[in-house]
Design a protein around this ligand. Structure first.
Ligand code: ADP
Length: 494
């Protein structure tokens, strides 16, 4: 098996675990990691800066010590003779008595035969005690290798690391050159810095712990509405859709809770209307079933006339059931996006075509009130279906020979804008004002209607078809004089 195929599942597994952690844990971990990075970065940078500052300070201090000796050699007076210095040994001695070492600094005088002068006993750093250092310094005091330049060197021994200024002291008339050494224990200065950074590390750990603690509490508090949301969602079942998430703040989590509650409102109303639909459909189906069952039970199968009558009733009722099922299926499709497929329609010709089809619905005086010359996007089949449904109703609720007129026109309304109206006007029985809202509801029948006259879904289907075209349906009616049902569609104002 190749290396790559082995790495795949393992990487996936790691990601899976991170995703499974609670959001609160993930946020707290992220906070802790970021704080750790900040503490580490600032600690490291300031450590390195401090370290180089220490090095510079030591070098500056050594440089000024070198300068002191240079001035002493050039301008000083030997206290023994009162004359300028002529012997290196004297200059070294005088320089050492006048120099006061810094912390971790000390000095040593040497010549080829060994150490000539040590620092005063109160200076804690004893250079002469570090044999390796002395050996290294003695190598510079060797007259054969004697160098005339001042050396600034870092010398590491088993005991310490020193930064040392090795100053050669010699005079023309003095056969014995000397070395004056100023050295600082660099490792001791660094140890002090390290001690400071141990404290820094401890404080850093405490800061990270505080960040984790405060972060965990704060994030927990911030996320508590989400937990309530989750708990509410878990408790909600289709039996109990009344519960809502309490909204107590104004932030984005409150927005989420509000959106969730709105979604619950919609689900609840969808559930209600679904239940209502089942109740309504059950109710509508029970009647034909009862009629067919009752008739079949009482039918005398030897009586041909009775059989014929029951057969007719049964077919009639089954026909009604069939129409009901078809209407329900049309309504079920109404919410789908492919419910209407639009095409440009010449409304004037369309008005006359629908009138032609409607006139076959019954023996009435059919006419056209108006036919507007406009081309509009409609689903030809669906709008024909809706318009014929209105015409069919007009036939159902009017007497033979009365007038039924279809019409289309463009109307400009101050509030609605430009509208295209398609209507059916009849001189039928009319509708009581109290019924005008109810008749548009599912299975809503007016007081003027009997069960025999329809499924009660006709206007509902008309409304759904018109709504799918962005329009509305309205009715104007006078009881005893007739009704006008109008489908109104907004026209684009271009
Ligand atoms: P139905 O199958 O009962 O006709 P509809 O939804 O088509 O169902 O109509 C609902 C109710 O509206 C009818 O029961 C009737 O009371 C009333 N209605 C519809 N059209 C007319 C009309 N042209 N004249 C009088 N009443 C009407």
């Amino acid at each position: 098996m190749s290396q790559a195929s082995l790495a795949g599942p393992r990487a996936k597994n790691r990601q899976f675990r991170w995703n499974r952690l609670a959001v609160r844990t993930r946020i707290v971990i992220t906070l802790v990691v970021l704080t750790l990075l900040a503490v580490l970065a600032s600690g490291l940078v300031s450590y390195l800066l401090q370290r180089s500052a220490i090095q510079n300070r030591i070098d500056d201090s050594l440089a000024s010590s070198i300068e002191e000796v240079r001035i002493l050699a050039a301008e000083g007076v030997d206290p023994e003779t009162g004359e300028p210095f002529v012997e290196s040994d004297n200059l070294v001695f005088t320089a050492m008595t006048r120099h006061w070492p810094d912390t971790h600094e000390s000095m040593l005088g040497l010549n080829s035969s060994g150490i000539t002068y040590r620092a005063n006993e109160i200076v804690p750093l004893r250079l002469e005690d570090d044999a390796q250092l002395v050996e290294e310094l003695m190598s510079h005091a060797d007259p054969d290798k004697f160098q005339q330049d001042v050396l600034l060197e870092t010398i590491s021994t088993d005991q310490a690391t020193y930064r040392a200024a090795i100053i050669p002291v010699y005079f023309a008339d003095d056969p014995e050159p000397s070395l004056l050494v100023f050295a600082t224990d660099y490792s001791a200065s660094l140890a002090e810095l390290d001690a400071i950074f141990v404290t820094y590390t401890l404080i850093g750990i405490a800061v990270i712990a505080i960040v984790a603690l405060i972060g965990s509490v704060t994030v927990g508090r911030q996320l508590s509405p989400l937990r309530k949301l989750q708990a509410t969602a878990a408790e909600i079942s289709d039996e109990d859709l009344d519960r809502r998430v309490p909204v107590t703040s104004e932030d984005d989590i409150a927005d989420l809770s509000r959106t969730f509650n709105e979604m619950l409102d919609r689900i609840q109303s969808a559930f209600r209307s679904q239940r209502q639909l089942l109740d309504d459909v059950g109710h509508e189906l029970r009647t034909p079933i009862t009629i067919v069952q009752g008739n079949l039970e009482l039918m005398n199968s030897r009586d041909v006339v009775d059989v014929e009558q029951v057969r007719e009733i049964s077919l009639d009722e089954l026909d009604r059931v069939g129409r009901l099922v078809e209407d329900l299926m049309t309504l079920a499709k109404a919410d789908r996006p492919d419910f209407v497929s639009l095409e440009a329609i010449d409304i004037e010709a369309f008005t006359r075509e629908v009138l032609e089809k409607a006139s076959r619905l019954g023996d009435r005086e059919w006419s056209v009130d108006a036919a507007t010359q406009i081309v509009h996007d409609f689903d030809n089949q669906r709008i024909t279906q809706a318009w014929l449904q209105l015409a069919n109703n007009a036939v159902k609720y009017s007497d033979d020979g009365t007038e039924i007129a279809l019409g289309s026109k463009v109307r400009v309304d101050r509030e609605e804008g430009t509208m295209l109206d398609l209507w059916v006007r009849d001189n039928g029985i009319g509708i009581a004002e109290t019924d005008t809202a109810r008749i548009f509801e599912r299975f809503g029948r007016g007081g003027n209607s009997t069960r025999a006259e329809g499924s009660g879904l006709g206007l509902n289907i008309v409304t759904e078809i018109v709504r799918a075209h962005g329009g509305t349906v309205s009715v104007r009616s006078t009881l005893g004089y007739g009704s006008t049902f109008t489908m109104s569609f907004p026209l684009r104002n271009d």
